[in-house]
Design a protein around this ligand. Structure first.
Ligand code: ZN
Length: 113
């Protein structure tokens, strides 16, 4: 069966988001996996009823594959210790300072429109 562009992009994005990809024809979850090939990596989905869908992935998209995204998310988590106080912690302090500067001004009776 032929998939519309919308169906294709939905399936591929659900794959990269770690969500189950349902077969557009049978509405049952498909087995999905990634085939890493140098020039033409593909996301492959196999429906238990027999269809197989292949989606070419551009190398640009591969850069943000699931393991990478997870690593970035973990790095974004604030970690209390064991991190050398470097650029990130001073950046954090700068951010706190600027938010203190934005504290509500004393009431003046008038508000700028
Ligand atoms: Zn199917």
């Amino acid at each position: 069966m032929t998939l519309s562009l919308t169906e294709k992009s939905k399936l591929v994005s659900s794959f990269w988001k770690d969500r189950p990809s349902a077969c557009p024809k049978h509405e049952i979850p498909m087995r999905t996996f990634f085939v890493e090939r140098v020039y033409k990596p593909q996301v492959v989905m196999v429906c238990p009823k027999g269809e197989m869908f292949r989606f070419d992935q551009k190398p640009k998209q591969i850069e943000f594959s699931r393991p990478h995204v997870k690593t970035m998310a973990l790095d974004a988590q604030p970690r209390p210790s064991s991190r050398p106080s470097g650029a990130s912690s001073s950046l954090f302090q700068a951010r706190r300072r600027s938010s203190a500067a934005m504290a509500p001004a004393p009431p003046s009776g008038k508000r700028d429109a």
